[in-house]
Design a protein around this ligand. Structure first.
Ligand code: IPE
Ligand code: IPE
Ligand code: MG
Length: 255
């Protein structure tokens, strides 16, 4: 897309009505690579540029939280060769990007079953999280070995333990309390969920948190995703009427 078109897309965004939290299901690396006659891993490597573009554009706009689905608990079932390549790429990317994250004042965070990651990945991830913890422009959360059902079950387990230990009364459990046991505690729910690659499904991602998110399905494969694609999704989001169960009249009266 021509540079002036990108600028005009960005200029049309109402900065007063930005989503605070955008979540992205980064999909289509393998198919993109295949369409170019390349191995799937080439698609994953190329997807790193899109991660940078998404993080930069979200931070530049003023979005406070960006959460990227990078590896699901189900992705462990892929061929070992691909899983290993993804873990190596993750490690390299974490190591390479800390400087840029600090330069851009972005805090790194991770959610998921992090104990299942290779030891080296876990260590470098914790180090990067520690080294960026004082940054306050945007929080970039990587969902790694994450799935919503895993998250909800581990929250239920924690709850059972708390009740058993007498630290929580069942009648005190409400939505707010349950949320405090999820990996996303402290973050606002995503108002906008983007999935690339033309697939219209959520693949076990943030099922609790996206209860009222606006969904945007991009036809682009993840390695093709650029700043203008994020702007397009935000502009589309801003054209929606979010009713939260109410009537349209109730919503417009409030304005
Ligand atoms: C997304 O791309 C990256 C991960 C799930 C790790 P895919 O690898 O799922 O690519 P497709 O969907 O097979 O094209
Ligand atoms: C979802 O993509 C997981 C990530 C983007 C990390 P998948 O490619 O694993 O999802 P399905 O299998 O098409 O639903
Ligand atoms: Mg996929």
């Amino acid at each position: 897309m021509a540079a002036d078109n990108i600028i005009s897309l960005k200029e049309n965004i109402d900065l007063e009505r930005l989503p605070q939290h955008i979540a992205i299901i980064m999909d289509g690396n393998g198919r993109w690579a295949k369409s170019k006659g390349k191995p799937r891993v080439f698609g994953h490597q190329s997807g790193v540029t899109s991660v940078r573009e998404a993080a930069e554009s979200a931070a530049e706009l003023g979005v406070s939280y960006l959460t990227l689905y990078a590896f699901s608990t189900e992705n462990w079932k892929r061929p070992l060769f691909e899983v290993n390549a993804l873990m190596r790429l993750l490690l390299q990317t974490i190591k390479d990007e800390v400087v840029t994250l600090n330069k851009n004042n972005i805090r790194l965070n991770a959610i998921g079953d992090l104990n299942s990651l290779p030891k080296l990945n876990r260590e470098h991830l914790q180090k990067a999280i520690e080294e960026t913890k004082n940054n306050d422009r945007m929080t970039l959360t990587l969902a790694l070995s994450y799935s919503s059902r895993w998250e909800i079950v581990q929250a239920a387990k924690k709850l059972a333990e708390l009740v058993k230990a007498g630290e929580c009364e069942p009648e005190n459990v409400d939505q707010q309390y349950f949320e405090s046991l999820l990996t996303t505690t402290g973050m606002p729910d995503p108002e906008l969920l983007i999935r690339t690659s033309g697939e219209s499904r959520v693949s076990n991602f943030m099922l609790w948190q996206i209860a009222y998110a606006e969904l945007f399905f991009s036809q682009k494969f993840w390695p093709e995703f650029r700043k203008e694609d994020l702007y397009e999704a935000v502009l589309d989001y801003q054209c929606r009427e979010r009713r939260f169960g109410k009537t349209s009249e109730q919503i417009t009266k409030k304005k």
